[in-house]
Design a protein around this ligand. Structure first.
Ligand code: PLP
Length: 396
């Protein structure tokens, strides 16, 4: 069976209730059957101002940005993701993620590779920062090119998408390093490939005895949910333990189609987590983050990380000060389900650093003092000595 048809459950769990398939087919003048074909979606990726303008009302500045910037950083949007956009408002949070903007030319501090991934790759496209796990960038193509992508530097190269030589070298490196127990397959979007190509990669990695878990980082549940077919999910489930992390950024992306795609993965026992990026105008208010994370847990997706946006070239207008991010995180704690709250992190060339609102005041004699959720001080009696005798513990 292809993409699973929507059920009432998907409308209940989604934040948007209307079918994007019906709206999209109408906007693009095609049949619903055609619209939910993922290959049709990729063939009809919108890559120019002229194409976008057939559907959206572009502002003069958006038109100029599309023409002048699409060669600087890859531009491309699936008809599905375009159908999520507000047709009039250029500040629609879905538009801001995917359409080029003139502000991209004004960034004093952004650089091409803020995580120094190139230097951290012992062989091409295998980023080895932590001893026990690697990020393996097998893919170059994406259904939608996110304007804030921290790997947009890779646009300058061609032929990275499932390049057999790069894939062989990467697998060889992983096979020769017994400390690698966790392989994160990423890109680009690794689910933009034929099932057989993916299965070939997964089976070769699964054949390495020390590789315990496989993970896939993909945005297709958000940008091209039709890619999650029953066959794909059946195939992925043959390589368990396999985990998927996806990337929803705002409540507008929580559609019945996305919910169906997630459900197809979960029904095969594939755990699905979410990594968002904190982005100005897209999700940088307490209300929008809460709506996003609560919508995700309705779909049974666990919010995993909220990333501080990297200082990537051309993204200054989307970055949010870390202090504001900390305040937003503080506003969530106590106000929603504990597991709806992701860890806010900053990725650095040496790994991810948790950014946590500080509740700890410090030690005061036998107590540890903290600020509670009502902003009162809480003194937790917590002597340093042996709990039963009160005597100091022997030095270790
Ligand atoms: C993020 C990342 C990982 C995975 O990190 P987790 O905290 O385990 O999710 C692994 N390798 C690299 C290079 C990464 O950037």
């Amino acid at each position: 069976m292809p993409f699973r048809s929507l059920t009432p459950l998907h409308r209940q769990t989604a934040t948007r209730k209307e079918s994007v398939t019906a709206r999209g087919a109408l906007l693009f003048g095609t049949t619903e059957e055609q619209f939910l074909n993922w290959r049709w979606q990729m063939k009809n990726q919108v890559t120019s101002a002229e194409e976008a303008q057939r559907i959206l009302k572009l502002s003069a500045s958006e038109q100029e940005a599309f023409s002048t910037l699409k060669d600087l950083f890859e531009a491309g949007v699936t008809p599905y993701y375009l159908a999520l956009m507000d047709l009039e408002n250029e500040f629609c949070p879905v538009r801001l993620q995917a359409l080029p903007r003139l502000e991209e030319t004004v960034d004093r501090i952004g650089i091409s590779d803020p995580l120094q991934e190139v230097g951290n790759s012992p062989v091409k496209e295998v980023v080895h920062v932590y001893k026990d796990r690697v990020a393996f960038c097998v893919a170059q193509l994406c259904p939608v090119y996110c304007r804030y992508c921290f790997r947009k530097r890779r646009d300058e190269e061609v032929g990275l998408h499932f390049n057999p030589r790069i894939v062989d070298q990467g697998i060889d490196y992983i096979a020769k390093n017994p400390s690698i127990r966790d392989v994160l397959i990423t890109g680009g979007d690794p689910l933009i490939a034929q099932d057989g190509t993916l299965e070939n990669l997964l089976s070769r990695l699964r054949a390495i005895p020390h590789v315990e878990i496989l993970r896939i980082g993909t945005r297709v549940p958000v940008t091209l949910p039709y890619r999650i077919t029953e066959e794909l999910a059946d195939m992925l489930a043959r390589y368990h333990p396999l985990w998927i992390n996806t990337h929803f950024n705002c409540p507008e992306e929580l559609t019945p189609e996305a919910s169906a795609a997630i459900d197809t993965l979960l029904s095969r026992g594939i755990p699905v987590g979410n990594q968002s990026v904190l982005l100005a105008g897209i999700n940088d208010t307490a209300e929008r983050l809460k709506a996003l994370f609560e919508g995700l847990v309705r779909m049974r997706v666990r919010p995993y990380y909220l990333y501080q946006a990297q200082t990537v070239e051309g993204t200054a207008h989307m970055r949010v000060p870390i202090e504001k991010g900390l305040d937003l995180m503080r506003s969530l704690r106590g106000n929603t389900t504990g597991f709806a709250i992701p860890q806010y992190v900053l990725d650095t060339p040496s790994g991810k650093v948790p950014l946590s609102p500080n509740h700890l005041v410090g030690r005061d004699g036998d107590s540890v003092v903290m600020t509670d959720l009502k902003k009162n001080q809480w003194r937790e009696v917590n002597p340093l000595g042996d709990y039963t005798t009160g005597q100091p513990l022997p030095e270790l």
